[in-house]
Design a protein around this ligand. Structure first.
Ligand code: DGL
Length: 264
């Protein structure tokens, strides 16, 4: 494995860009190739077989580009089991952090909400991980199927986003949560709206930086960290590159990214 090989990052669409932002901050010397499957997003409502086929295609594409590590910047894919996504590839795969320590240290009442896709919520993975670390915690999962299409559709700050946030907040407010984890990488794009809806009493956690630190540790453990140079960002989408580039501009310096359409 070459130290100067790029790091692959993938998501069903634009969501993983919120993780790429943190990866770039944690690993400024690395080159990144991001693939967002905007032609087939959202993955959240799809079957496991379909989602596995799609992620396999993206990982094969990244393997063909000679990556040294892949970051699955998608919780829906991560809950499938990172090792099972690896196939026969030699590089390591890092999935999204479940943010267990982050939520447990932020929450005084140990009443924790989880916002995620239907697929992630149905897996029960986040609830199980939090309860395994602290059996006294109360975990309230909430699937938010309206969010990804609104974010992919650039509906930031719209009435539709506010209404959807309010709708999904109702049960968690009734449960009295004091901490909420955003376990879908799209949701940080509407984090302000979510924080506004819950008010100052609820701490909203995005596990993207924890994920970036795990990726850094994985590279360091293999002696694959680059120690010099300024990293490049190649941002690929399977459709709608212009829309993807506009959304990327919210979290990354657009002039530093090379945008591209890829066929898987
Ligand atoms: N961004 C993704 C996640 O973290 C998936 C969104 C979707 O395609 O449904 O779960």
């Amino acid at each position: 494995m070459q130290k100067n090989a790029p790091v692959g990052v993938l998501d069903s669409g634009v969501g993983g860009l919120s993780v790429l932002k943190c990866l770039r901050a944690a690993l400024p010397q690395e080159d990144f190739i991001y693939v967002g499957d905007t032609a087939r997003t959202p993955y959240g409502p799809r079957s496991e077989a379909e989602v596995r086929r799609f992620v396999g295609e993206i990982i094969d594409y990244l393997a063909g580009r000679g990556v040294k590590l892949v970051v699955i910047a998608c919780n829906t894919l991560t809950v499938l089991g990172v090792e099972t996504l690896k196939g026969s590839h030699a590089f390591e795969i890092v999935g999204m952090s479940k943010g267990v320590q982050l939520v447990l240290s932020a929450s005084k009442k140990k009443k924790i909400g989880v916002f995620a896709t239907e697929f992630t919520i149905n897996s029960g993975a986040h609830k199980a991980a939090i309860l395994e670390a602290d059996a006294t915690a109360e975990v309230y999962p909430q699937a938010c199927p309206k969010f990804v299409p609104l974010i992919e559709g650039e509906q930031f700050g719209s009435g539709a986003v506010k209404e959807a946030v309010a709708e999904y907040a109702v049960p968690l407010k009734a449960d009295g949560i004091d901490t909420l984890i955003l376990s879908c990488t799209h949701y940080p794009f509407i984090q302000k709206e979510i924080e506004r809806e819950f008010g100052g009493e609820v701490t909203v956690i995005d596990p993207a930086d924890a994920t970036a630190q795990e990726a850094k540790a994985a590279l360091a453990a293999q002696g694959l960290l680059r120690s010099e140079g300024a990293g490049c960002l190649e941002v690929c989408f399977t459709a709608d590159v212009e829309r993807g580039a506009r959304i990327a501009g919210r979290v990354l310096p657009q002039d530093k990214c090379r945008f591209k359409e890829v066929k898987l």
